[in-house]
Design a protein around this ligand. Structure first.
Ligand code: CP
Length: 331
């Protein structure tokens, strides 16, 4: 049964954003970028953001901590298996842990290997919940960051050619495709390993973009993406990436296949001026020889991520609901 929480309180999927919601987040991010994160928030309205990271993270976890601090709020680490009672034989069950934290904090950010856990948390918690990555399903805030970077670095989406090179089941890429329906690029090329089974939901999202007028293509070699304005690249090996995050261990050794490895030589040979984005951490897909080229924008992407996370927190802590189809479907 769905509890009587406010409709649209949570950001669990990129589908939770309507077009006006997306425009609002991009405008808030822009304002915060212009002021380098000076929000003007009053210190007497400090809120508590609770991070529940059941999987490893650098950017998302620290990013939300920094975003909360820069807004004048505070964050707490609400999942610490060494010290919290959650999961221990004489401690709290998962639901009781969430119910407890939701009484202590004003907003929860959760990353969990199980796709449905963030939905369970959203039902248990009366406060807003952000999905910081749920298994291989979605990573909506990473997608917002990628979209904001493209707008900041290239101006607008309607004339832009975008190539995405990654495993077609990558969660951030699927979330990005869902956002792009509100701001369709002129051209979108998906660079994928032909041996990987294409996910059905990704195919549906690509078909939707094609219906909206985007020139959609599929290629199997990164060199066919170097004439694009933006190349958003991640490993093609989601299987071992997911496996390692499920187990919270190191990545099993995997050699990225040569057609999917971006090197400075390939960029220079193509005389490419594509900007390179990567959600990071990188595996073998992005050679460090690219790092000194002007194309490399992935660490600037981390810088810009703060403003997007601030914009999302600012909006959600003010109680402004998401009005996209995903949010309304959960009502
Ligand atoms: N891009 C991203 O989600 O990075 P983390 O796994 O470090 O949070």
């Amino acid at each position: 049964m769905t509890p009587n929480h406010p409709i649209g309180k949570d950001l669990l999927s990129a589908a939770d954003l309507s077009a006006p919601d997306l425009i609002d987040v991009m405008a808030r991010s822009r304002r915060l970028a212009v002021t380098d994160g000076q929000s003007g928030a009053a210190s007497n309205s400090r809120k508590i953001v609770a991070n529940l990271f059941f999987q490893r993270s650098t950017r998302t976890k620290l990013g939300f901590e920094v975003a909360a601090l820069r807004l004048g709020h505070r964050s707490i680490d609400a999942y610490d298996p060494e010290r919290n009672r959650v999961g221990s034989s004489n401690g709290d069950s998962f639901p009781d842990h969430i119910r407890t934290i939701a009484q202590l904090a004003d907003l929860l950010v959760i990353r969990h290997s199980e796709e449905l856990k963030c939905h369970e948390v959203a039902r248990l918690a009366p406060v807003p919940v952000i999905n910081g990555g749920n298994g291989s399903d979605e990573h909506p805030t990473q997608a917002l960051i990628d979209l904001f970077c493209m707008l900041e670095m290239k101006g607008s989406m309607d004339k832009l050619s975008l190539a995405i090179s990654c495993d077609s089941r990558a969660r951030y890429a699927y979330s990005l495709l869902l956002l792009l329906k509100h701001m369709p690029p002129r051209r979108l090329t998906f660079c994928v390993d032909p041996e990987t089974q294409f996910s059905e939901k990704t195919q549906i999202a690509l078909d939707h973009l094609a219906d909206l007028g985007t020139q959609v293509g599929i290629v199997h070699d990164i060199e066919e993406c170097l004439d694009h304005d933006v190349l958003n690249i991640q490993t093609q090996d989601l299987t071992s990436k997911v496996k390692s995050t499920l187990e919270n261990g190191d990545l099993p050794s995997y050699a990225e296949k040569e057609p999917f490895v971006l090197t400075a030589d390939k960029i220079l040979k193509a005389r490419s001026d594509a900007i390179i984005l990567n959600p990071l951490p990188r595996q073998g897909e992005l050679d460090s020889s690219c790092d000194t080229l002007p194309n490399a924008r992935y660490f600037e992407q981390v810088k810009l991520s703060t403003y997007v996370r601030m914009a999302v927190l600012e909006r959600m802590l003010a109680g402004i609901p998401w009005t996209g189809t995903g949010a309304l479907a959960r009502a």
